[in-house]
Design a protein around this ligand. Structure first.
Ligand SMILES: C[S@@+](CC[C@H](N)C(=O)[O-])C[C@H]1O[C@@H](n2cnc3c(N)ncnc32)[C@H](O)[C@@H]1O
Length: 290
């Protein structure tokens, strides 16, 4: 993915992508308030049909939350290694109106400029306290940065450039809808191994890991500043196998089933292999692995 800074002289662009929408998905499903690379909003119709029943949905790679928001399961556990993301979710859960009040100020037209963007990005990187202001800044950055990306450098600083969008909108209704589902959701900053180890009978687990890069330039695993490579894929396979052995169903979205690590993941999913494969097909257009 090309993350080069867009030319400052270029005209403003329409709103950033949000992982895609379809007319059906727009009317049937709740849209998350964050744009998220690899977000599953447009695949929900297919994906939710593959989820086995359970009393609690566990998402070790929750991202924007598109899946738990729409799964309609009695309880959710939403985890991600991205502490800024989970911190934002917790603030919305506890004080959605406070976050929205801060965000209204940030979404003023005067803040839709490169100068304002880089000033507010510095503020976000410089003050890590879990305030409503910081959650609002995260939403502001998500809507004003290049392609709605979430990327951190090795020192943990958000480093996506300004996106130059015409009129980025504050997703007020999406924040309120998220807060509603958040009342029956626990949030945790955790790596997938810790999240999966804590799963119990009655859980259903949906895993949507970062894509394994197909080429050096296709690398997009920068949500957390930690790479997600083949070793991580194998650890995910082992965790899925362990859960399947304990009778906890696991569905995994795969980007490319041709990779050796991913075929291991598919085998680990065991009785859910068909479902995992068809989810992979929906995500990639690749035929299901036979
Ligand atoms: C493809 S996205 C998930 C998208 C999500 N299903 C949605 O609909 O928005 C992958 C997520 O995995 C998270 N992640 C990356 N490495 C992780 C790890 N080791 N443990 C847990 N989460 C991780 C990233 O922060 C990112 O949010």
């Amino acid at each position: 993915m090309n993350l080069n800074m867009p030319a400052r002289a270029a005209p403003p662009r329409p709103d950033p992508p949000d992982g895609g929408t379809t007319a059906g998905a727009q009317t049937r499903f709740q849209r998350p308030f964050l744009k998220w690379a690899g977000g599953k909003f447009r695949l929900l119709g297919h994906l939710l049909a593959t989820l086995p029943p359970g009393t609690r949905l566990v998402e070790p790679f929750v991202g924007s939350g598109a899946v738990f928001l729409n799964a309609g399961i009695a309880a959710n556990h939403a985890a991600d290694a991205n502490a800024h993301l989970i911190g934002t979710f917790v603030r919305v859960q506890e004080d959605a109106e406070g976050v929205l009040a801060e965000a209204q100020r940030l979404f003023a037209p005067a803040n839709n400029s490169a100068d304002a963007y880089y000033r507010l990005r510095d503020e976000f990187n410089g003050d890590l306290r879990p305030t409503a202001r910081r959650a609002a800044l995260f939403i502001y950055l998500n809507r004003h940065c290049f392609n709605g990306l979430c990327r951190f450098n090795r020192r943990g600083a958000f480093n996506v450039p300004f996106g130059r969008y015409r009129r980025p909108g504050l997703p007020v209704e999406e924040v309120r809808a998220f807060r509603h589902v958040a009342q029956r959701t626990t949030f945790q900053t955790a790596t997938f191994t810790a999240t999966m180890a804590a799963c119990r009978a009655g859980d259903v687990v949906y895993c949507d890991p970062p894509y394994v890069p197909l080429t050096a330039t296709a690398d997009f695993t920068g949500y957390t500043g930690i790479d997600f490579g083949e070793e991580q894929q194998r650890a995910l396979a082992a965790a899925a196998r362990e859960l399947a052995g304990r009778g906890v169903p696991v569905v995994i979205s795969n980007h490319d089933t041709r990779l050796p690590g991913n075929s291991t993941v598919e085998r680990a999913a065991n009785s859910f292999r068909c479902r995992a494969s068809s989810v992979a097909t929906a995500a990639t257009g690749l035929p299901p692995r036979k």
